[in-house]
Design a protein around this ligand. Structure first.
Ligand code: DAH
Length: 371
């Protein structure tokens, strides 16, 4: 044990009183400079620790070695001194300023829980569609939401002033009049312009899927929104036929809605495909009967027809290939099919929703159901 208390040679009352006074003044000094918790503990141990504290040392060095005839006297003084020291140490510990605690933080409160986000149901639906086609060898292509008239319309075989443009109520950017018509900017009305943009960059054969946002001047209601989402597809190769189109889309529809559904193709018109079709899927809500349950309740999603329209499609019009002929798309040599579907509508059907606006209101009570 390392002694910090002096050994005594002289055990007379005067010598003891002197040594005691020296210890007490040392204690006084230390007491006045007590700081943080660590210091306070060291101070307490130094004076009171049972094994090697100063009180124990006093016992060992002052009382034990005292001559027999002085023991009584020494014992009394040592006891006195020990009581004083004990009392002063405790008092010093009590009155030393406590460590500063920031009272603005209540450490007993539960922490702030950051809710974990989830994929938005529309993004999730688009990703599901993409993964079905990825398994068929398609890759993903993307393009700008602000598009030129050329890519959105002209190169897709909508000539300037052609009435087919009226089917897509377009939002144009302001102050474009000084530019040539085909360079004027608009918010793309469909994802089809990415067909041309990709064919300009990549030579055939090509199999791509194009997810993205599109805009039209439609006021929002339960089934319309000025911003919505499409997933477009394009396959170009030698000898692609309408049979390839039907087989591919029938497979994808079964992968998305279940293997029980049937598909039906009905003639339609799009400027960039010829022939064109709309594809219907047999209603997976009523099983195609148009009625629900035993009570003959009319089925709403299919409007009692038993069929739901989910996409437009067709064989790529040779006029479209003419715009990218320079990159290997000679309409005499290649053929292809294309399709485009509304991802929002498909998400509504998949999740059984009757109001499109729920997707865009950002209401956590709605969104967290998809977590
Ligand atoms: N772009 C069309 C629309 O928004 C959808 C469409 C129809 C895309 C036929 C295609 C297609 O690629 O072949 O109404």
């Amino acid at each position: 044990m390392a002694y910090t208390v002096p050994k005594l040679k002289d055990f007379s009352p005067e010598a003891l009183d002197k040594a005691a006074a020296a210890l007490l003044s040392a204690l006084e000094k230390e007491s006045s400079s007590l700081g943080d918790d660590g210091q306070r503990k060291a101070f307490r141990d130094r004076w009171l620790a049972r094994k090697d504290g100063i009180l124990t040392q006093i016992n060992d060095l002052w009382l034990k070695p005292a001559p027999k005839d002085a023991k009584r006297e020494v014992g009394q003084r040592v006891n006195n001194l020990k009581a004083k020291i004990e009392q002063k140490v405790e008092a010093a510990l009590k009155s030393a300023p406590a460590e500063k605690i920031d009272s603005s933080i209540d450490i007993s409160l539960p922490g702030i829980q950051r809710p974990i986000g989830a994929e938005h149901p529309i993004i999730r639906t688009m990703n599901e569609i993409i993964s079905v086609f990825r398994n068929l060898g398609y890759s993903v292509a993307e393009g700008p939401v602000i598009e030129t008239d050329y890519y959105n319309f002209e190169s897709l075989n909508f000539p300037p002033n052609h009435p087919a443009r009226d089917t897509q109520d377009t939002l144009f950017l302001a102050n474009q009049e000084s530019k040539p018509a085909r360079e004027r900017l608009l918010l793309r009305t469909h994802t089809s312009p990415v067909q041309i943009r990709t064919m300009e960059k990549l030579k055939p054969p090509l199999r791509i899927l194009i997810p993205g946002k599109v805009h039209r001047n439609d006021p929002p209601d339960a089934s319309h929104s000025p911003m919505f989402h499409q997933v477009e597809g394009l396959a170009v190769d030698t000898n692609i036929t309408f049979g390839d189109l039907k087989g591919t889309l029938d497979h994808a529809t079964k992968a998305l809605f279940g293997s029980d559904v049937k598909t039906s193709f009905r003639p339609s018109f799009f400027p960039f495909t010829e022939p064109s079709a709309e594809m219907f899927v047999s209603c997976f809500i009523c099983g195609g009967s148009g009625k629900r349950g035993n009570d003959d309740v009319p089925c709403r999603p299919c409007k009692q027809t038993g069929w739901i329209e989910i996409l437009g499609c067709g064989m790529v019009d040779p006029n479209v290939f003419e715009f990218v002929k320079h990159n290997g798309y000679d309409p005499e040599k290649v053929s292809g099919f294309a399709f485009g579907m509304g991802a929002d509508r498909i998400a509504m059907l998949k999740y059984g929703l009757d109001d499109l606006q729920l997707f865009f209101q950002g209401d956590v009570r709605f969104l967290e159901q998809f977590g």
